[in-house]
Design a protein around this ligand. Structure first.
Ligand code: HEC
Length: 129
């Protein structure tokens, strides 16, 4: 319980509300659901899959290995500012943006929308970066 509270510490109230919604959904998907896991989120973030253009890509293909630095979009070549909230405080602050990009980016890499569990895991990982 304490661990869960510490992990969620970095979210602003609107984002915490979104996390709570994801938790409720995750519980519906799996009655044994307890909490999200940043280590599972890290695995998802690093996992390579045959993505949108038939290439093996991961979240890191566009966001880089060091999330405190910007990276280049693997598809468009455009610059993407750092994803780590510690380096880029605007990150994970706007629920609308987060929802939109999680949906789109999961489809880029995994060719499907992430489950509530997967989205929550990834957000627990990213908020600590
Ligand atoms: C094809 C390139 C690409 C891939 C692959 C990709 N992203 Fe992104 N991501 C973007 C772009 C472009 C944006 C929007 C521009 C920006 O925010 O800098 C973005 C934004 C985001 C945001 C919004 C952050 C915020 O609050 O502003 C999150 C969260 C995110 N990505 C997570 C992920 C996750 C998780 C994965 C893997 C499932 C992933 N991304 C894979 C390109 C990518």
């Amino acid at each position: 319980m304490l661990g869960a509270m510490l992990q969620a510490q970095g979210f602003n109230p609107a984002m915490q509300e979104y996390i709570n919604t994801l938790k409720a959904q995750a519980k519906q998907e799996n009655p044994n659901f307890k909490d999200f896991s940043s280590s599972e989120g890290e695995k998802i973030f690093k996992l390579k899959n045959q993505g949108k253009n038939g290439e093996m890509i991961s979240c890191q293909s566009c966001h880089g290995v060091d999330l405190k630095q910007g990276h280049t979009n693997a598809f468009t070549g455009k610059a993407i500012p750092a994803l780590a909230p510690s380096a880029n405080p605007t990150r994970l602050t706007e629920v609308k943006e987060v929802k939109k990009w999680l949906k789109r980016n999961f489809k880029d890499v995994f060719l499907r929308e992430g489950s509530a569990q997967e989205k929550g895991d990834v957000l627990y990982y990213l908020i600590k970066q």
